[in-house]
Structure formats: structure tokens, C-alpha cells
Design a protein around this ligand. Structure first.
Ligand code: GLA
Length: 353
């Protein structure tokens, strides 16, 4: 029995939110809810074989309805920022919510992290999964066109969580979906600064004071952004670098290259305290490294644990921020008849040292 389905909670409007539990042969357990497609927990073994939850989250639906900083959620229609909440597509100007200073962030006031998804589970010989679907009506959060979106989480016996995204539309629109899990491969309640991180990228998308791309791709060579060789996340996080100061740490898109048909490695993380490792592969052109700079100990998550400053890290695979206003960036425009498709693989393991 690899799959369970239970009730997680009830929304104020009476809709019931389900909890889907997926297990692999090794005992890795993924728990997902139909609200926001949120991964509420992910339990993996450390070097001694002891299981622990490696994502930040809440015990109850109330936590996610409160001030959750996108813990574990699907982000859409457009992840990351759109400058001043406006863009032009086919000579029509569209206006979106400005929910992050002057800018639009993570799909708006009620993005895909706050909607109820339909869930259909499936089981294979070597895997269990859930297909989440949501139809975003034309004009929702200001975006044009109806968008039929599907996100599939597959947990297989190779220790991989495969996330497949797809979407179609009935009118030209923009789409850039991602997954906003905060990982802590060590111990929840501690920071992730000792985690050793590798990112296979030569450049980042440089940003301005409101974290909107300047248009420049900044080479990482010789900067605190260079993670081409495994380096502790905290080794240079407070360095005197303007890009770090603007974001209060790492909150930047790393440039992986052109979109690919099959996933290639983007990042690798290892927690020396537990031996746990996480490898991220993706078809996307970028990955946003966010080091929980806005966490400050005020949010209490599972078991009442306070999540400290930099108590988790996110590796959000995606197209670049503000793509609709940056003609040189890979396009996120989706047209009727075309299909948006994207795959990211999170691979979990532990080293003996
Ligand atoms: C993304 C953004 C960050 C922040 C987090 C959630 O990573 O880039 O600035 O909004 O989401 O707090």
C-alpha cells in the first residue's frame, strides 16, 4: 500500500481539503494536500537510516491559510516577479496585482498556492503519484486566457520525487510554474548555513533594489555567487556584495542555459550534520536560490518549531523573473494549440560520511 488519502481540513467556505500520502519502497514518505498542491512533509532517512521531515511546513490547514511564505506550494500562473504588475502581450497591456512592493509576485493575491486542486492518485510497480489539476479562468488575477494546468508528483523507488508540469490555454497568456518547498536536510529549527551547495551555473540574473532583473546576466566567477564547486551556503552569504545586500542573502535566479527536453543537473546539496543529500535536475532554464532570508523565527511550524532566519533553502526551477518584460530572456508566452511542459527531479539520498 503506497498511497493513502485522508481529510486534512476544511476551508472557511466548507470545501474539504484532502491529504494524500505517497510512500516508496525505502520508506520515503511524501504528504501533499489539495490546497495549493502543497507538500506538507517529506520524510527521508539520514546516514543512520533515521527518518525525519526535510521540508518546512505546518501541522494544520490553518497554518497554510495564515501567513505562510509559500511553504511547499505550487506557484503560478507566473512564479517570481513581474515589474510593476504590468506587461504587454500581442499589443494588449495587462495589469496584475502588485503584492510585493511595486511588483507582482508568485501569481498574485490568490495564486496557485491558494487554490484547491483536483487530485487523482496512481500507482505503478516502482512508483506512486498524484496528478493535481486546476483550471484557472480567463482573467484570474489579471492574466489573460483560461489556463488548464496539471502538476504531477511521482515518488519512485529510486528515491526521486519527479514533478511534471503541463498547461494549455484558450488565448495567448504567460505561464511559469514552480514548486516552493523549503528544505532543511539537517534539523528543522536550525539554519541551513552549513549545508554544502553546488549549482551548475556560470551566471545569475542580476536584480535591482526591488529584485527585478536589470537585464544583465552577472558571471559568478570571483563572486560569492559562485557555487560551481561545493561551498557552504553560509560561507559568503553576508559578504560585501551589492547583489547580496539587495536581497538580504541569496534570492537570485541562476542561469542554467536553454530549456532542455530531458532534465539535466542544476544543483546538489549535502548536509554534513545528517549526511542527507538532494540533487535537483530540471528542464527549466533557471533555478532560483532563496535562502529563507525573510524567515525570522516568528513562524512556528510542525511541532511548534520556530523557523529561524535562513532556516530553509528553496531551489525553485523556473524561467527568469520578469520574462514578459525582458525580450532577451527565454519566453514564457503560451499560445492556444501549444502545450507548456516542464519537469524537475528532486533526488534524495544520504552519504555515509
Ligand atoms: C521567492 C522570492 C523571495 C520570497 C520568497 C518567499 O523566493 O524570490 O523573495 O518572496 O519567494 O518569501
Amino acid at each position: 500500500m503506497r498511497i493513502d488519502r485522508d481529510k486534512f481540513g476544511t476551508l472557511p467556505d466548507g470545501r474539504v481539503i484532502d491529504l494524500i500520502t505517497l510512500r516508496n519502497r525505502a520508506g520515503i514518505t511524501l504528504r501533499v494536500i489539495t490546497f495549493g498542491g502543497i507538500i506538507v512533509s517529506l520524510s527521508t532517512p539520514d546516514r543512520a537510516g533515521d527518518f525525519d521531515d526535510i521540508v518546512l511546513g505546518f501541522d494544520t490547514l490553518a497554518g497554510y491559510l495564515g501567513e505562510s511564505p509559500y511553504f511547499g506550494a505550487i506557484i503560478g500562473r507566473v512564479g517570481n516577479r513581474i515589474a510593476n504588475g504590468r506587461f504587454v502581450l500581442d499589443a494588449v497591456e495587462y495589469h496584475l496585482a502588485t503584492n510585493n512592493g511595486p511588483n507582482h509576485l508568485h501569481g498574485g493575491i490568490r495564486g496557485f498556492d491558494k487554490v484547491v486542486w483536483e487530485a487523482r492518485t496512481f500507482e505503478r510497480d516502482d512508483a506512486a503519484g498524484v496528478v493535481l489539476t486546476y483550471t484557472s479562468p480567463d482573467g484570474e488575477e489579471g492574466y489573460p486566457g483560461r489556463l488548464d494546468a496539471a502538476v504531477t508528483y511521482t515518488l519512485n523507488d529510486r528515491g526521486e520525487l519527479v514533478v511534471d508540469y503541463s498547461a494549455t490555454t484558450d488565448a495567448p497568456t504567460v505561464v511559469n510554474l514552480t514548486q516552493h518547498s523549503y528544505f532543511n536536510l539537517g534539523h528543522a529549527g536550525s539554519d541551513v548555513l552549513a549545508h554544502e551547495l553546488t549549482i551548475d551555473a556560470d551566471a545569475i540574473v542580476a536584480v535591482d533594489a526591488t529584485l527585478i532583473p536589470t537585464g544583465a546576466l552577472m558571471p559568478v566567477q570571483g563572486t560569492p555567487f559562485d557555487f560551481r564547486v561545493a561551498t557552504p551556503i553560509g560561507a559568503r552569504i553576508d559578504a560585501d556584495h551589492p547583489q547580496l545586500q539587495l536581497a538580504g542573502g541569496y534570492d537570485h535566479t541562476y542561469v542554467l542555459g536553454a530549456q532542455t527536453r530531458t532534465p539535466r543537473r542544476a544543483a546538489f546539496v549535502r548536509a554534513p550534520s545528517s549526511g542527507r543529500t538532494l540533487e535537483v535536475e530540471t528542464t527549466e532554464p533557471g533555478v532560483q536560490l532563496y535562502t529563507g532570508n525573510f524567515l525570522d523565527g516568528s513562524i512556528r511550524g510542525e511541532g511548534g518549531v520556530a523557523y529561524p532566519h535562513r532556516g530553509g533553502f528553496c531551489l525553485e526551477t523556473q524561467h527568469f523573473p520578469d520574462a514578459p518584460n525582458q525580450p532577451a530572456f527565454p519566453s514564457i508566452v503560451l499560445r492556444p494549440g501549444d502545450r507548456y511542459e516542464s519537469r524537475t527531479i528532486f533526488r534524495f539520498d544520504a552519504t555515509s560520511d
